[in-house]
Design a protein around this ligand. Structure first.
Ligand SMILES: NC(=O)c1ccc[n+]([C@@H]2O[C@H](COP(=O)([O-])OP(=O)(O)OC[C@H]3O[C@@H](n4cnc5c(N)ncnc54)[C@H](OP(=O)(O)O)[C@@H]3O)[C@@H](O)[C@H]2O)c1
Length: 242
């Protein structure tokens, strides 16, 4: 079997109704995985495009929402993709814009990893986690303080969990997407000046497509990546190389 195949594996993707999460779910399905599409709203559109897929309503505004998801449902691959962003000047940033983003983007990611890791370790199995980080796991950004803090945190806990679980059969890695055209970046694309400045800095000369991330997630979840632990893999059209 190809080392890039996910046949026989079950993958759960959070935020699978749209954008990067939808592309990851579709790519995992193409690679042969059974896919569980998790979202705070229905993922029917995604489920309808993947043979044998099912959906799970999971609102990660409650960071502990996934605590019981993995105990009786053997999942091999967890993709923590769901995320939100709030934009405002640092001097005007509100506590709720801080807390809401940290809850979904960081606290939920850690406790979902914990629930997944516990289940794998309890059954003596193996598994893979792919967290969706960001360029703002590595750079400061502007007007997105809670997002930057959360994504730096995602990079940190990815490495921490890799250190704890690499020898126990669980691969933990992250993808740092560059500028990908989704709902999350629609405001930037609409802003002509920002859009031009962004494009000028991307060596590939284009915005990323959600599918660029989908195929990378398949790779990190596959046997081909078995010796990759704690990596933050940037998929950014060359942005960080500049
Ligand atoms: N687009 C980029 O350029 C870019 C770059 C770097 C990193 N990322 C990261 O990539 C991930 C996906 O973002 P995207 O660009 O695909 O944006 P998106 O289209 O806005 O998708 C975000 C996903 O997260 C889900 N979500 C938000 N809050 C949730 C909650 N409380 N519970 C469960 N699901 C929730 C959304 O569900 P709803 O549709 O119901 O809101 C949606 O499915 C995020 O972690 C984002 O930070 C994106």
């Amino acid at each position: 079997m190809s080392p890039f195949s996910l046949a026989g594996k079950t993958a759960l993707v959070t935020g699978a109704n749209t954008g990067i999460g939808q592309a990851i779910a579709l790519a995992m399905g193409r690679a042969g995985a059974n896919v569980v599409c998790a979202g705070r709203q229905s993922c029917a559109e995604t489920v309808g495009q993947i043979a044998g897929a099912r959906e799970l309503i999971l609102d990660l505004a409650d960071p502990m929402a996934a605590r019981d998801v993995f105990a009786d449902d053997p999942i091999d691959i967890l993709v923590n993709n769901a995320g939100i962003i709030r934009r405002n000047d640092a001097v005007d940033f509100t506590e709720s814009d801080w807390d809401d983003v940290l809850d979904v983007n960081l606290k939920a990611v850690f406790f979902t990893c914990q629930a997944f890791g516990r289940a794998i370790l309890d059954r003596g199995g193996t598994g893979s986690i792919v967290n969706i980080a960001s360029l703002l796991s590595l750079q400061g950004g502007i007007r997105v303080p809670s997002y930057t803090a959360s994504k730096h945190g995602v990079a940190g806990i990815t490495k921490l969990l890799a250190n704890e679980w690499a020898a126990k059969g669980i691969n933990v890695n992250a993808i740092a997407p560059g500028y990908i055209a989704t709902n999350n970046t629609a405001d930037l694309i609409r802003d002509e000046a920002r859009n031009k400045a962004i494009l000028e800095r991307i060596p590939a000369g284009r915005w990323g497509e959600p599918d660029d991330i989908g195929e990378t997630a398949v790779f990190l979840a596959s046997p081909a990546a078995k010796y990759i632990h704690g990596a933050i893999l940037n998929v950014d059209g060359g942005w960080l190389a500049r």
